[in-house]
Design a protein around this ligand. Structure first.
Ligand SMILES: C[S@@+](CC[C@H](N)C(=O)[O-])C[C@H]1O[C@@H](n2cnc3c(N)ncnc32)[C@H](O)[C@@H]1O
Length: 338
């Protein structure tokens, strides 16, 4: 689908690029900077994202990068995410940051519901131009009077059902993930010393680890998504916690320095399933743990199989298993073979 999104935007842009030639442009919502590589005036174009890896890629393509929209643009290109609420929040943000008379360009795949989203927008405003191709659509709107202010609420952090601050643009925002809950019951009061939480999200695992384990001296949370990183800071008030907004891919020196690693690994990059990302998390766990340490992980059943773990650890203890998840303790990292 990514290739199609890229081809669609290229075709659209080849028809309209001249009219946007000297425009200051921002791109929002996209997890694929390459989809917009056909924009030639990259020095006038900001790629806005909360995901460290996306920003890094956008920068390498020549875009200017930022986590926030902090000024007015002539044009904002909004690529739909798979979260409807996030999309509504982004529309409100876009509207606030376009110069009067400027353009909002909305693009997305059929698979994530672009058609119904554009129908919803058309209840407020008619598109100046629509472009339907390659299993998706692109629509252009002119900024007039404010129409979407009531969607600003989707940009705020809210307390979820379980009493944690979250926002719609992160993993399991409405409630604690069931797999993560199983994982906390498995490690329980068994953690001590230096602990790492890889892909810490809005901080549930770390908060529970700190609450249940006085013997933890330091806990480092590593998270790629800036929103989730900010939420985890709001959720955890404990001097032992250190927060790092980073992609694991950027950790240069993988030293085996942790007594315990806790992790509910991702298996999606943006909208796409990404088993290599999951596998890389198992690898990072094996590199960051001391030889005598323990890794505590939960996997969605069927996504990754127990036998794959043998590539990285000599001892695998399955602590919990049902039709949906399995939780394991991984011991004796076998780093020699890598
Ligand atoms: C399945 S979620 C688990 C979140 C949290 N630990 C929990 O249990 O609720 C995986 C997390 O990994 C993060 N992530 C994805 N790729 C990453 C990367 N390369 N480096 C660091 N974190 C990453 C995602 O943003 C997401 O928050």
């Amino acid at each position: 689908m990514t290739a199609l999104a890229c081809q669609r935007f290229e075709k659209f842009w080849s028809q309209v690029a001249l009219s946007y030639n000297d425009h200051e442009i921002a791109i929002l919502g996209s997890d694929q900077p390459r989809n917009f590589n056909c924009i030639t005036n990259k020095h006038l174009c900001h790629f806005i994202s909360h995901i460290k890896d996306n920003l890094r890629e956008a920068k390498s393509l020549g875009f200017k990068i930022s986590t926030i929209l902090n000024r007015y643009y002539d044009t904002i290109i909004l690529e739909m995410t798979k979260s409807k609420e996030t999309n509504m929040g982004l529309i409100a943000l876009t509207e606030d940051n376009i110069k009067y008379g400027g353009s909002m360009i909305i693009c997305g795949d059929n698979q994530i519901g672009i058609k119904s989203f554009l129908r919803n927008i058309s209840n407020y405003q008619t598109a100046e131009k629509t472009f339907v191709k390659k299993k998706g659509s692109i629509a252009v709107y002119k900024k007039k009077q404010p129409l979407f202010s009531h969607w600003k609420k989707y940009q705020d952090f809210h307390l979820n059902r379980d009493g944690y601050y979250t926002r719609c643009d992160m993993f399991s925002p409405k409630e604690v993930d069931k797999g993560s809950r199983q994982l906390t019951s498995a490690f329980d009061t068994k953690l001590f010393g230096e602990v790492a939480d890889l892909g810490s999200g809005w901080g549930y695992l770390s908060k529970e680890a700190l609450r249940q384990n006085d013997k933890i001296t330091k806990l480092t949370l590593f998270e790629n998504n800036y929103s989730a990183y900010l939420a985890s800071k709001k959720n955890i008030d404990d001097k032992r916690a250190t927060f790092r907004w980073t992609s694991l891919k950027n950790i240069k020196k993988l030293k085996p320095r942790f007594d315990h690693v806790i992790c509910n690994p991702p298996f999606h990059s943006g909208k796409l399933k990404d088993i290599d990302l999951l596998r890389s998390f198992v690898f990072y766990c094996s590199r960051l743990i001391k030889h005598q340490g323990s890794v505590w992980m939960v996997f969605v059943s069927g996504v990754y199989v127990e036998s794959d773990l043998k590539q990285y650890f000599d001892i695998i203890k399955i602590l919990y298993k049902d039709n949906h998840y399995f939780v394991c303790q991984l011991l004796k990292p076998n780093i020699k073979r890598h």
